[in-house]
Write a protein that binds this ligand. Structure first.
Ligand code: 9MR
Length: 358
């Protein structure tokens, strides 16, 4: 474990060819082994994953092929969110999420369930319902119980609570905090555990990859939950980076303190956006951003999965949310692998991690 990195520096990645028809036909560059990420990651006892757009999975053959061949775990990008599962109160629609879980099963992939408690993408009947604390708590209990039971035995990791903190480490003002108080977090983990005792239960957030008030707050939260016997198993670091800012340092040290609590960790939503159009310098910096995230995970004993938030620039949340930015993924819009893809290949191939990923 933790052998020195052999390959993949930002300087050399910039020289790798960009226009390659498909990863399996790529010339690859001097250091890049031409094996799918999931095979390389298996050698390091790591699951490598992607968020999946289920419409693209249904309609786009290239997307479907790469989802199956490159990744060993999948996360539904949107179809397991409350507004998708229960658009009208009491009427569940599991179809799209079930399709993805079935796909994963057929391709030997594990599933990260995303997400049980969040402040976004809630159904309007819930947010406009003006429920008092008793009724809101009952609704949350029912949502968690029904959802986790529906997928029982088929979800490896659940993101139970997502993005509960502000940047300064205070709790986010959400419908949950306002109406139920901070105890909603522990309740959510307990209810999820009751519904599927074998699923690994995660707290998940962004801008927590490095140390600072927000990751300190997450650390204090999970430490106190564990001390109180609340069934939290892991912490997810989303890994949404932008090359407009200095790339983060010290991530492995931050992950390590969670590891020392006995928790699993995971990179859950990695992408590295840039001002568009992309150029070779930006692509090299992006590759280094991905490499650093993966390196932090590989250095962490119980970092069990590394998931990218989509793998192709063809389908990405970034341009809609950050006008003028994009090109955040491993493959371009025509499914050509970018230097970031080669960086992950090289990083995985240059390591020999001996710990099991669970
Ligand atoms: O990628 C998701 C995008 O399609 C949705 O429109 C958006 C709605 O908020 O959510 C995106 O996914 C988010 C994830 O669920 C939680 N972490 C941040 C992700 C990017 O916004």
């Amino acid at each position: 474990m933790n052998l020195p990195r052999l390959l993949a520096t930002a300087c050399c990645l910039a020289l790798l060819p960009l226009a390659v028809a498909s990863p399996s036909h790529a010339s690859g560059g001097p250091a890049a082994p031409d094996r799918p990420l999931r095979q390389l990651a298996a050698d390091d006892h790591l699951r490598i994953g992607t968020a999946v757009d289920v419409s693209a999975l249904t309609d786009d053959t290239d997307y479907r092929r790469l989802t199956g061949s490159e990744f060993s775990t999948v996360t539904p990008e949107n179809v397991m969110k409350w507004e998708s599962l229960e658009p009208r109160q009491g009427e569940y629609d599991w179809a799209a999420a079930d399709r993805l879980v079935d796909f994963a099963h057929r391709h030997g992939q594990k599933v990260r369930g995303h997400v049980l408690v969040w402040h976004n993408q809630l159904p309007s009947w819930l947010t406009a319902g003006d429920l008092d604390a008793g009724r809101l708590r009952a609704a949350l209990h029912r949502h968690i119980t029904d959802t986790v039971r529906h997928f029982k035995g088929r979800i490896w990791q659940w993101d139970v609570v997502n993005e509960a903190f502000n940047e300064d480490g205070t709790l986010r003002d959400s419908i949950w905090l306002r109406t139920l108080g901070p105890g909603y977090i522990a309740d959510a983990f307990r209810w999820a555990h009751e519904a599927d005792p074998h699923a690994l239960l995660f707290y998940n957030d962004y801008n927590t990859e490095w140390t600072g008030p927000k990751s300190d707050a997450v650390y204090d939260l999970v430490r106190s939950l564990r001390a109180a016997g609340v069934p939290v198993d892991g912490v997810g670091f989303q890994g949404h980076l932008s090359i407009r800012y200095d790339l983060p340092t010290g991530m492995a040290d931050n992950f390590a303190r969670f590891d020392r609590l006995g928790l699993a960790t995971a990179v859950t939503e990695a992408d590295v956006r840039m001002p568009v159009p992309a150029d070779s310098g930006r692509l090299a910096t992006q590759a280094e951003g991905y490499r650093r995230l993966l390196d932090a995970c590989l250095r962490t004993r119980r970092c069990i999965s590394f998931t990218v938030w989509g793998f192709t620039d063809r389908y990405s949340w970034v341009p809609d949310t950050f006008p003028g930015e994009g090109a955040a993924n491993l493959f371009d819009e025509d499914y050509r692998p970018k230097p970031a893809y080669r960086a992950l290949q090289s990083e995985l191939a240059g390591r020999a991690r001996s710990e099991a990923a669970g």
